[in-house]
Design a binder for this molecule. Sequence first.
Ligand SMILES: C[S@@+](CC[C@H](N)C(=O)[O-])C[C@H]1O[C@@H](n2cnc3c(N)ncnc32)[C@H](O)[C@@H]1O
Length: 205
Amino acid sequence: MTEEEARSWFADRYDAARVGRVGRFLDVVREESGRQNLVAASTLPNLWFRHGLDSAQLVELAEDRNGLWIDIGTGGGFPGMVVAILRDAPTLLVEPRQKRASFLRDAADALGLAHVRVEQKRAESLAPQPPAAIVSARAVAALPALFGGAAHLTDRKTLWLLPKGRSARSEVEALTGSWQGLFHVEHSLTDPESLIVIARGITPA
Ligand SMILES: C[S@@+](CC[C@H](N)C(=O)[O-])C[C@H]1O[C@@H](n2cnc3c(N)ncnc32)[C@H](O)[C@@H]1O
């Protein structure tokens, strides 16, 4: 898919103001990439597709849930910042690296996203709070570490949306005896060989 086609994917689903905000955010990611490493340099020419659309597809998997969305390890903003632009519900971006967390705070302020909170912490250090409706994490850790680090922020109704590349099935199978829940996988729109793990009812086995 070309960048123009990826942008059209947004324009077909969202109003012009939201699409404009996604575009402004991708512009600041491009600009900030001269100062810190936010995304792989090879993906800078394809921000709409590789990061915008790759993030936005999670909103389509979220079953219209309106509650708190926690994105673990947001890094340069993906998927959490795109999610926050596309839905108006509270969004918590968890990112331990100071420079990245500051960038996320500044970007949320510049875009007027008052429903975004940034915590400069590791997920496992966050105090328990009202359980998340949705937890996402892209390219952060293996499933046992994600569940171990963030389960205290969730309850049995929480939907976990975890882009996992090609390792998805083997990671789910390897959970036997440690974590249990209901799992299925979806193919990623940005790479049919990559899978997104969708999980609910996650508890220690
Ligand atoms: C490879 S980057 C991915 C960033 C972003 N999710 C993306 O896909 O573009 C992993 C990020 O997870 C963060 N991270 C690593 N361990 C974490 C933890 N336990 N809790 C929260 N964030 C974590 C790192 O600081 C880093 O920014």
